[in-house]
Write a protein that binds this ligand. Structure first.
Ligand code: SF4
Length: 66
């Protein structure tokens, strides 16, 4: 299974950096207004790594895989 990017929404400050840097994965949920990571079969790893490095709350992590 591929690793999946996960946002800890308890820490997220809604700065939207991840949405700007990696819009194919991170988006604002239209109903809840919460930042979320969409489920994909293949993730753009480089863009996600960039989003992780710019997240001011360090609340994006890779989960699963192996
Ligand atoms: S970059 Fe981090 S703090 Fe900012 S919206 Fe994304 S997950 Fe939340």
């Amino acid at each position: 299974m591929e690793q999946t990017p996960v946002i800890d929404i308890r820490e997220c400050s809604d700065c939207e950096s991840c949405v700007e840097l990696c819009p194919s994965v991170f988006r604002i949920n239209e109903e809840s207004g919460i930042i979320e990571a969409v489920e994909l079969s293949q993730y753009p790893e480089e863009e996600i790594r960039t989003a992780i490095s710019y997240c001011p709350k360090d609340c994006i992590t890779w989960e699963g895989g192996g």
